[in-house]
Design a protein around this ligand. Structure first.
Ligand code: NAP
Length: 199
């Protein structure tokens, strides 16, 4: 398969790429890194990517930003980070990409644990995660040509503890290797409309 991975140099994305490369052709995408650069928040850049890379079988999004702030410090403006990036950026990959993907292809997006298990500072990210998961469930019944769609909801990843561990006291971290297996299952399997929790 020819597979686009957006966020390919990240903690989760790089592990997904390492596994996929054993069997597939992988195009690594980031805003500054990788084989191809795009800003996920730009629908024009997403369309340009699909026009530039042909014969795509699968799209993986292992990216998406959000502002982490206490609710009392969260503002409408700060909230737009998650809306533009994690929510609309990922959804636009599907809305635009559905017209370019090969038949029987797949989309795999990323959500996250705080949509189900709230943390302080996590309301904006939780909003985006839940929006993505609901979109996935609903889009799955309408995508044409055998195209499937799933999302992966990781808990805090062991390899990210130094960056985000302070937000996740009492959570059980999982190795990134377990998280990336859920993306492989989404791409290689037959299920659609799922949000795979890796907790
Ligand atoms: N790590 C965790 O513990 C954890 C747990 C639950 C959920 N998640 C979710 O999983 C996803 C990936 O997390 P991560 O920790 O692996 O991220 P990360 O290590 O920070 O990597 C982010 C990746 O996204 C790319 N990127 C950043 N901004 C972009 C943009 N505007 N357009 C396109 N690409 C962009 C980066 O490449 P460039 O630098 O080239 O832009 C990089 O490859 C996020 O949605 C995160 O919320 C992570």
């Amino acid at each position: 398969m020819k597979i686009i991975v957006i966020g390919a140099t990240g903690t989760i994305g790089s592990n997904i790429v390492r596994k996929l490369e054993e069997q597939h052709e992988v195009i690594r995408v980031g805003s500054k890194s990788g084989d191809y650069q795009l800003d996920l928040t730009s629908p024009e850049e997403i369309e340009k990517m699909y026009k530039s890379i042909d014969n795509i079988d699968a799209v993986v999004s292992a990216t998406g930003s959000a502002s982490f702030k206490k609710l009392e410090e969260m503002t409408p403006e700060l909230n737009t980070v998650a809306v533009q990036s994690k929510l609309l950026g990922q959804i636009n990959l599907v809305l635009i990409g559905q017209h370019y993907l090969n038949a029987n292809g797949s989309f795999t997006l990323t959500t996250g644990v705080m949509m189900d298990d709230p943390i302080v500072h996590g309301s904006s990210a939780a909003m985006a995660n839940a929006g993505v998961a609901s979109f996935v469930k609903s889009a799955a019944i309408e995508l044409k040509n055998g195209i499937r769609i799933n999302s992966v909801s990781p808990t805090i990843v062991e390899e990210s503890l130094s960056k985000y561990g302070a937000f996740f006291d009492g959570f059980n971290p999982v190795p990134v290797d377990r998280v990336s297996n859920a993306y492989i299952k989404s791409i290689a399997g037959a299920q659609t409309g799922q949000n795979y929790t890796v907790y």
